[in-house]
Structures are given as structure tokens and as C-alpha cells.
Design a protein around this ligand. Structure first.
Ligand SMILES: Nc1nc2c(ncn2[C@@H]2O[C@H](COP(=O)(O)OP(=O)(O)OP(=O)(O)O)[C@@H](O)[C@H]2O)c(=O)[nH]1
Ligand SMILES: [Mg+2]
Length: 289
């Protein structure tokens, strides 16, 4: 069944069964028909067997392939083990990874929200390292990293070179916010995720920088943890074109989030209610279960 979301209503009802969702896993998808099935076959049983109540929020960002059809058999509102539900939210048209992540965070109920890429380059089992780090340091944002101690990375030389150039440019811009800002495996506390869903505006691949800057501005704490990461073929990111575009966006993001927020309370006042459109933005989306 498909129903449009009224932008003024909170994203989802409190979870059925009265249990508190400990973890929401948000997966942005664009043209992922060939890769998402294998990812769900790994993710879903792991969460079912997991130690805490969880949910999966899949966001199809206007894919023009069979992405939404491929995930249909996985969608459910019936809890299996610890996994309470798997939901699909669809953007009517492609808005960008940042917009899809914002939608996913805004529609999540978990006390912690894990962002992971649809290609399973970093598997959900790496989450234990991020949770341990958040418990140790108290950080509200724990960044999975391909460059922090403990990282185990299989990737292409061309990608590593593109990453080096990107990081160097970020350094010149004063945006060395983490050793690896772009890894698609990040853990957010609910407070920070709600704040980000309210005030972040970056729709494209540069969204990670904005999330890191908001976390820094709010003083909620950022930590970074090395993860095992394996390149998976079939991605849509074009390193040169998208890298240049992201650097352009980085300048705009830095301008937008230059000043520290005096407190989380002030940050929340700046935040708009969940689901409200960014200036000139689009909010129409549909939820499927
Ligand atoms: N919502 C949205 N997600 C996208 C878009 N492009 C890519 N993604 C998602 O972003 C994640 C990472 O994209 P990939 O295509 O795996 O990127 P990649 O080329 O493998 O690059 P790396 O993973 O950084 O090495 C996946 O979950 C994609 O589905 C887009 O336009 N919109
Ligand atoms: Mg990838």
C-alpha cells in the first residue's frame, strides 16, 4: 500500500509492541536493483539475531530501475526476532544521497541510527566497533573510517587517489573534520539525527561534511573508528565529476555552518519540524511496507 506523508506529521507511529527501537538502519538507494538483494540477505538475518530491537528504513531515491521491486519481498511490519520492521520510502524523483539520508533519518525511531551504503561495502557487523566507541567516548556521531587505526580496506588505487586529492582540498578549506569524511557507515544518536534531519540542507554527496559540521557545531561529540571496507562494483559515483561538485558544495556548507551553536537547545530551535521542505526543496515521498 502506498500513502503520501503529510509533511507536518511526525514520521512514524511509535513502534508496535511497546518496545523501544534501539537501532534504525538507514539505507539510501539509487539504481541498486543489482546490489541491494545481497545486502539485505546479509543485513536482515543479522538484525533478526541481534541483541536489540531494530528496524530498517530503505530509501529509494527515484530509481528508474527495479530497486523498489527487488526489495518488496523484504518489507514487513511483523517482527522477526529482534527486527521489528523493514520499510521502504520512495522519493518520486532523484534528489541525491544527502536528501535520501535525511528522509531516512527523519523517518527512523531508533535511539541510534546507522547509515549504511546499499552495496554492503561495510557490513553491519562492523557496528559493534562503532557502538563500543560511542559507549567509550560518549560521542553522538561515530564515523566508520577507512583511514583510522584498525581499518581493513580493499579498494581501487584510482579511488584512493581521488580520496587523497579530495582530503587535501578539504584541508585547504579548513574542513578536515575526520580522517575519512565520506565513508558510508556512520552512527548517529537520535538527538543528533533529529537535529540533522531538521537543519541539514545538502542534498548531494557532500552531505557527510554538513553532518560532521552540525555535529561539531552542536558540541555533541564526534569519534572515528576503523572499519573493514570492501569495494563493490556497480557504484554510481563518478569520482572526478562528483568530487569537483562536492568541493564546490563544501565551500557553501562551510559558509552555512561556520558559527558554533551555543547549545543543543539553540540548535533545536534552529531546526525545522521533521518533514518540512528545505527552501526550494521537495518533501513528497511515499512509505511502503
Ligand atoms: N539517494 C541516493 N543515493 C545514492 C545516489 N547515488 C548513490 N547513492 C547511494 O549511495 C551509496 C554509495 O554509492 P555507491 O554507488 O556505492 O558509491 P561508490 O561508487 O561505490 O563509491 P564508494 O562507495 O564511496 O566507493 C549507495 O547506497 C547508493 O545507492 C543518489 O543519487 N541518490
Ligand atoms: Mg560503494
Amino acid at each position: 500500500m502506498t500513502s503520501p506523508i503529510d509533511p507536518s506529521t511526525p514520521a512514524l507511529e511509535p513502534q508496535a509492541g511497546g518496545g523501544l527501537i534501539g537501532l534504525s538502519v538507514v539505507v539510501p538507494m539509487f539504481r541498486e536493483a543489482r546490489r541491494i538483494g545481497a545486502t539485505l540477505a546479509d543485513l536482515v538475518p543479522t538484525l533478526q539475531a541481534g541483541p536489540e530491537l531494530s528496524e530498517v528504513i530503505l530509501v529509494d531515491d527515484g530509481s528508474d530501475d527495479q530497486t523498489s521491486a527487488v526489495v518488496q519481498p523484504w518489507l514487513t511490519e511483523a517482527p522477526v526476532g529482534a527486527l521489528q520492521r523493514v520499510r521502504l520510502i520512495r522519493h518520486p524523483r532523484n534528489r541525491g544521497k544527502g536528501a535520501a539520508v535525511r528522509t531516512g533519518l527523519a523517518h527512523s525511531n531508533g535511539q541510534w541510527r546507522l547509515l549504511m551504503d546499499a552495496d554492503n561495502a561495510c557490513r553491519v557487523r562492523e557496528l559493534t566497533k562503532l557502538r563500543a566507541e560511542s559507549a567509550r567516548s560518549g560521542a553522538a556521531l561515530v564515523v566508520g573510517s577507512r583511514r583510522a587505526p584498525g581499518a581493513l580496506v580493499e579498494s581501487r588505487l584510482s579511488r584512493r587517489l581521488a580520496g587523497l586529492i579530495f582530503r587535501t582540498c578539504l584541508g585547504f578549506l579548513g574542513l578536515s573534520l575526520a580522517r575519512d569524511t565520506q565513508c558510508g557507515f556512520k552512527l548517529y544518536s537520535a538527538d543528533l539525527a533529529d537535529l540533522i534531519a531538521g537543519i541539514a540542507r545538502e542534498d548531494g554527496f557532500a552531505f557527510d561534511l554538513e553532518h560532521l559540521l552540525i555535529a561539531r557545531r552542536s558540541g555533541l561529540g564526534i569519534a572515528e573508528v576503523g572499519v573493514r571496507w570492501t569495494h563493490v562494483d556497480g557504484g554510481t559515483v563518478r569520482p572526478i565529476r562528483d568530487g569537483l561538485r562536492m568541493l564546490g558544495r563544501a565551500v557553501a556548507i562551510r559558509r552555512r555552518h561556520f558559527h558554533p551553536l551555543p547549545s543543543l537547545a539553540a540548535a533545536q530551535i534552529e531546526a525545522k519540524p521533521v518533514g518540512m521542505a528545505a527552501p526550494g526543496g521537495r518533501t513528497k515521498e511515499t512509505v511502503r511496507t
